[in-house]
Design a protein around this ligand. Structure first.
Ligand code: ME8
Length: 477
């Protein structure tokens, strides 16, 4: 069995605060990595921000702040949100980091160039700043980008191009054979059909922008008048963070990535452009790309532009970190879009956390505290049930947490059926044995909950260790 596990997340644009959609990506990623850690792997979890962008410069101008200060501020907010969500990342990479990120991005560029895959071309086209990508007339509705509601800029430039077209066939083969595995199957089909139509070479640099501050945008090696296209720059983060092009100890240990976690909007960048760059550079491809759907609110993609944002901080303040993690992981399918309403959230909280798990922990630990002299033996090192592990391997995290809830329910039912509170009075020895079994099962539940609700898991484990009923876990809201 492989001993290491490297997981990456999209480096989000720091042009606005993150919303529940971003929180969703990070929570899925965190549950996956905690599972792998619990299963004994040496893990590495990367997060970051994608900073060399026009949209950030625009947002800073709008806020009346100097761009670099604006960035620092927003990045602090990213980290604050990750802390309140209990995201256990190992590194936060910033693409303006000239020491950590730039050497590797430039080294990668040089490899593409050496492979003969970089050439210059005069280009004219429509550029959507929202997407940070060229778009075509047929992507527009009424002359505007339907996702961002903005008119694209007309650009006429001389750029460096990347010979993406060259890799279409190889890529297709690798995706078909699952050498580069795409999860779920529907995304695999989608990208195969996209690649099957042929791939066009992509513009990979931009002329250095007027109005951009010093330190924004990675110079193209050998041509200071150009900076790297933001996606070329951003995708490289997955290896530059490991020290590619500077000090590659981590790179040697962890690359290729076990999984890139992404949302469905950035599939083409990750499953076409990025692996083609790696092929061109002669580097190994990531093993899996796991593509989740969108969080919608009122049936529409949650997004700043649409103004239907739910602020994760606000939910965390009201319900607590683990309640938010619980909801995102259990009540949203990782493969499809899922709608979130504040009412739905509250109902699930009351039914499954306050009345469900919280109540169960209180009942079992009250019995233990009252009737057991000492704590019970704990199933500390037993391997996870096969079914549960398989669900993680398939990225079916909602099913894995359903599995835990199945055991919560079964334990509840067992208490109702076997009435330990009566039995312990009638036959103390058998009663205590039964209570011991209930506590052992509760400990199992805590272990299985760890990837999803780490703090709750720890509180339950401690309660069992100390043989003491904990404080109310999920107070009524
Ligand atoms: O694309 N539901 O950054 P970005 C679920 N910088 N997930 C959502 C979401 C929603 N409503 N809205 C956003 C970029 N996301 C690039 C990435 S990676 C080398 C560069 C999440 O800030 C989801 O993970 O636009 C999506 O893929 C990502 O945010 C887009 O983030």
């Amino acid at each position: 069995m492989e001993k290491t596990f490297y997981l990456t997340t999209p480096i989000f644009y720091p042009n606005a605060k993150l919303h529940l959609g971003h929180a969703y990506t990070m929570t899925l990623a965190d549950a996956l990595i905690r599972y792998q850690r619990g299963a004994g792997k040496k893990t590495y979890f990367l997060a970051g921000s994608d900073e060399n962008t026009q949209k950030m410069v625009d947002a800073a101008a709008k806020a009346g702040t100097e761009p670099m200060a604006f960035l620092d501020d927003i990045v602090k907010n990213f980290m604050k949100l990750y802390a309140s969500l209990d995201i256990s990342y190992d590194q936060f990479i910033r693409t303006t980091d000239t020491k950590v990120h730039w050497p590797g991005a430039q080294a990668l560029w040089k490899r593409l160039d050496a492979a003969g895959d970089v050439y210059t071309k005069k280009y004219e086209g429509l550029y959507c700043v929202g997407h940070e990508a060229f778009v075509t007339e047929k992507d527009l509705v009424g002359g505007k980008c339907p996702d961002h509601g903005t008119e694209p800029e007309h650009l006429r430039e001389e750029n460096y191009f990347f010979r993406l077209s060259r890799y279409a066939d190889v890529l297709k083969g690798k995706i078909e054979s699952d050498e580069l595995r795409l999860v779920p199957q529907s995304r695999k089909n989608e990208i195969l059909s996209f690649i099957g139509d042929g791939l066009k070479d992509v513009s990979f640099s931009r002329p250095r922008r007027r109005g951009w501050p010093e330190g924004l945008g990675i110079p193209v090696p050998g041509d200071d008048s150009q900076i790297m296209y933001v996606w070329c720059d951003a995708l490289a983060n997955y290896i530059t963070a490991l020290g590619f092009g500077r000090d590659d100890a981590l790179y040697r240990e962890f690359w290729p990535a076990d999984v890139h976690v992404i949302g469905k909007d950035i599939l083409r960048f990750h499953a076409a452009i990025w692996p083609a760059m790696l092929l061109s550079a002669g580097l190994p491809l990531p093993k899996t790309i796991f593509v989740h759907g969108f969080i919608t609110s009122g049936g529409k993609k949650m997004s700043k532009t649409l103004g239907n944002i739910i602020d994760p901080e606000e939910l965390i303040e009201t319900y607590g970190t683990d309640a938010v993690r619980y909801f995102l992981l259990r009540h949203i399918s990782p493969f499809e879009d899922g709608d979130i309403t504040r009412e739905g959230f509250k109902d699930a909280y009351t039914a499954n956390l306050t009345n469900g798990l919280g109540n169960l922990v209180a009942r079992v630990m009250k019995l233990a505290e009252t009737h057991l002299g000492e704590s019970v033996a704990r199933p500390e090192a037993a391997p996870f049930p096969r079914e549960y592990s398989d669900m993680f391997d398939m990225f079916e995290l909602n099913r894995a947490i359903d599995f835990v809830w199945g055991r919560i329910q079964a334990l509840d039912e067992r208490i109702t059926r076997e009435e330990p509170f009566r039995l312990v009075k009638k036959d103390p020895e058998r009663g205590r044995a039964l209570i011991g079994e209930l506590v052992t099962e509760l400990y199992w539940i805590a272990r299985l909950l760890n990837p999803f609700m780490p703090e709750t898991s720890e509180i339950i484990k401690r309660a069992v260790r100390e043989n003491k009923k904990p404080e109310n876990l999920f107070p009524r809201v």
